[in-house]
Design a protein around this ligand. Structure first.
Ligand SMILES: NC(=O)c1ccc[n+]([C@@H]2O[C@H](COP(=O)([O-])OP(=O)(O)OC[C@H]3O[C@@H](n4cnc5c(N)ncnc54)[C@H](O)[C@@H]3O)[C@@H](O)[C@H]2O)c1
Length: 376
């Protein structure tokens, strides 16, 4: 339909154009130049303590001297340098068992995309703790698994335990999963390459990697021994990097797709209180961003890289730490919206999701499994 121009519209259009042309020819008034003046006449905030400032704004928020209105000020948001927790020596580390009763075949409907049938998964730090439980999730979902750990003996016991638990939970099953144990110090490139070669020899391939080898300890930053910081970063950061690169190279050589899941921590996004642990927090922030960076770098090859950031999980080791520091547990749980620490099993679904085709379009993500800690 042709558009209709009403006479009234035409008149207002003509008026508008006349006003515009008058404005264009009118001389422009130029403002007199400003006198030079100081940007601010008030004294620097650095020159006076904040509690001397009696502006309305400050009296509505906080005007007192730190500590003036009571001990509670900032108390829940500070680190306490008196807390020192050193990672225990190997012989003092409690071992853990596969979880029972959750790995049996079932007949509930679920997406086939969650299955890891035919895949080979590697779990570093798989001898115990969260690594062992995540390895169990991969086995229950159909994968064969290689447990990699500095403690080979314990990894071997755990491998046997995983197969025995699987058999007990799936009586009469035709094929038992293959679960092997391998020595590796994840912070050493030579050791990582040797372990990768050994696993490929035994399993033929690697499709999935979960990097759980890592540890935390608590020292205030000033007194943290430098060699311990290097060790902490070596295991948590270098170990994650070396294993990811090794497995990605293998996948690219095979022209196969794969999934890498890095175990970070909520400490990579927040600062835990009250225990001081700056190097650990920085290490886990590095892990989270490594996942994002490598996800971008390897997307073209069909290799997905994601991070799981657990909150406070109750493993044999954290239980020991809390038994030694009873106050700490109350402080921690009071900061978790769900009001409780996580069970290692709470990571089983997350690791299966990110390892399987159920998450084919998820890469570079950080999946927080923390009872809501980091959203408050
Ligand atoms: N437990 C928690 O509350 C919690 C919370 C957030 C993140 N995390 C992270 O989860 C991962 C697993 O923690 P966990 O609680 O199961 O600890 P864990 O101590 O129970 O298990 C860690 C495993 O890593 C192995 N390991 C340590 N150094 C190694 C090295 N250099 N080479 C090879 N293996 C090595 C240990 O032998 C052990 O079997 C860590 O990266 C940790 O930072 C744990």
């Amino acid at each position: 339909m042709a558009s209709i121009i009403r006479p009234q519209m035409l008149r207002s259009a003509l008026r508008a154009s006349a006003t515009a042309s008058r404005a264009a020819t009118r001389p422009v008034k130029v403002a007199p130049p400003c006198q030079a003046r100081w940007l601010s006449k008030s004294s620097s905030l650095r020159d006076q303590p904040p509690w001397d400032d009696n502006t309305d704004h400050d009296s509505a928020s906080t005007t007192g001297q730190p500590g003036e209105s009571g001990e509670h000020e900032g108390a829940l948001a500070r680190t306490d340098e008196s807390i020192k927790v050193e990672y225990p020596e190997e012989e003092d580390l409690p071992s853990s068992m596969p979880v029972q009763g959750r790995g049996g075949f079932h007949f509930k409907r679920t997406l086939a995309a969650f299955s890891l049938e035919g895949r080979v998964g590697v779990v570093t730090g798989g001898a115990r703790g969260l690594g062992l439980v995540m390895a169990q999730a991969l086995v229950a979902s159909g994968a064969n698994v290689a447990l990699v750990d500095m403690n080979k003996e314990e990894a071997s016991r755990s491998a046997e335990g995983l197969v025995a638990t699987f058999e007990a939970e799936n009586p009469g099953v035709e094929h038992l999963p293959k679960v092997t144990a391998h020595y590796c110090d994840v912070s050493s490139p030579t050791s990582v390459n040797q372990a990768i070669a050994e696993i490929i020899k035994e399993h033929g391939q690697i499709d999935n990697l979960v990097t759980s080898a890592g540890f935390t300890e608590n020292y205030d930053a000033i007194s943290y021994p430098h060699d311990r910081i290097q060790k902490l970063w070596g295991v948590n950061v270098d170990g994650t990097y070396l294993w990811s690169v090794g497995v990605a190279k293998h996948l690219m050589e095979r022209k196969a797709q794969g999934s890498i899941v890095m175990i970070g921590s909520m400490s990579g996004a927040i600062v835990n209180v009250p225990q001081p642990q700056a190097p650990y927090n920085a290490a886990k922030a590095a892990v989270r961003h490594l996942a994002a960076s490598l996800a971008v770098e390897w997307a073209h090859a069909g290799i997905r890289v994601n991070c799981i950031s657990p909150g406070y999980m109750l493993t044999a080791l954290t239980k020991k730490i809390l038994d030694d520091n009873p106050d700490l547990k109350n402080k921690w749980t009071s900061l978790i919206p769900q009001g409780k620490m996580g069970r290692p099993e709470d990571l089983m679904g997350a690791v299966t999701f990110l390892s399987s085709d159920a998450s084919l379009y998820v890469t570079g993500a950080d999946l927080r499994v923390d009872g809501g800690y980091t959203v408050t």
